[in-house]
Design a protein. Structure first.
Length: 82
């Protein structure tokens, strides 16, 4: 039986900017293994309102998605040297 996925706040540092979102995963280790460039954020940043968090949560990234999109494309491009 696999564990149920839960939301993790994630952040990607890229060219002096921070990109944020929520990723559904079974564990932090699972995120670190697939996306080691992602920072897992344990507390809501002070600037992140409940409304903003809910918007991120309404369009989460899924650890099992084989077609990266959105902020994950930053990592994909970086890995390919673009």
């Amino acid at each position: 039986m696999t564990a149920e996925k839960r939301p993790f706040i994630i952040e990607i540092d890229h060219m002096k900017a921070g990109y944020w979102g929520v990723m559904l995963a079974r564990s932090e280790e699972e995120i670190r293994e697939k996306w080691p460039e992602v920072n897992i954020v344990y507390d809501h940043p002070k600037w992140m309102s409940d409304d903003r968090y809910e918007r991120y949560l309404s369009h989460p990234y899924d650890i099992d998605d084989d077609d990266p999109h959105g902020i994950l494309n930053i990592i994909v491009r970086s890995r390919s040297g673009r």
